[in-house]
Unconditional design. Structure first.
Length: 264
């Protein structure tokens, strides 16, 4: 079936998840089939943002370009900088703090670090890291904004290759950004899709089971949706995702299965 929907205006029987932009055509679905965000939250989000934006503009007398309203389960996000989460036996996800925690790096036998925040995060010096067993460090200069989606696409192949090569050599990898919420989680989720043959839904479910406050930004969600499509084209199912997943949404499924069947 085909669905064309502007999520901000709405279409009867359809709703778009505000957290990941996925469009649902079944009005009975209470939670997003991709990221599990409640439908009611999506429905109320635009109203909340509008009210809060007006409140801030009235208070400060300045135009607000954008206002972030936390998604469900983001209560622990403030501890993201210090918290580390083991996603696989040889793969960890964290914020910036653990890249400088020499005792933790040594105890968990971290041999490689993939820093997805570039200059936003300063790791310990190379000689210091080498002394505790970290032999390889790779940095991706990503900002946590939707505008970085094209750069993210360009970096994914190298990022996946770095993680996979280290893992295949029996080494443990730490993937980090500033808080371990958006940039690094996007890289880890896409790695699971590519090298562990997971669907996007299963990859997200696994990562969130270890680190519940994982929320890629909207531009990165678009990259993940398109990346899953790219990987899935090598298999039997073919799903077409939008170029602009949030503003102009159109999904086409070319088989008899529904999108909901696909994500079960």
């Amino acid at each position: 079936f085909d669905v064309a929907l502007d999520p901000m205006s709405g279409q009867e029987g359809s709703w778009a998840c505000v957290a990941c932009t996925f469009v649902h055509t079944n009005p009975e679905i209470a939670r997003c089939v991709v990221c599990n965000t409640p439908r009611d939250y999506a429905k109320n989000h635009a109203r909340i943002v509008k009210e809060r934006t007006r409140e801030f503009e009235d208070k400060f007398g300045k135009e607000i370009m954008g206002l972030f309203i936390p998604y469900p389960d983001m209560k622990g996000c403030n501890s993201g900088e210090t918290a580390a989460s083991q996603i696989l036996p040889s793969l960890w996800l964290s914020g910036s703090h653990r890249t400088r925690d020499l005792k933790w790096l040594k105890e968990n036998k971290i041999a490689a670090i993939l820093n997805c925040a570039g200059n936003d995060v300063k790791t310990a010096k190379e000689d210091v890291l080498t002394a505790v067993g970290v032999a390889s460090v790779k940095s991706l200069p990503l900002d946590d904004t939707s505008q970085m989606k094209d750069k993210l696409k360009a970096y994914l192949k190298d990022a996946h290759g770095f993680i996979h090569q280290q893992s295949q050599s029996g080494k443990t990898v730490l993937v980090n950004c500033a808080a371990g919420v958006s940039r690094s989680s996007t890289v880890v989720i896409s790695y699971l899709i590519k090298h562990h043959s997971m669907s996007l839904k299963d990859a997200i479910a696994l990562v969130r089971s270890k680190r519940k406050f994982v929320y890629p930004n909207l531009g990165f969600w678009e990259v993940l949706l398109q990346f899953e499509k790219q990987v899935s084209q090598q298999h039997t199912r073919n799903i077409t995702y939008p170029n602009d997943a949030y503003a102009h949404t159109k999904y086409t499924h070319k088989h008899t299965h529904t999108l909901i069947d696909y994500y079960k």
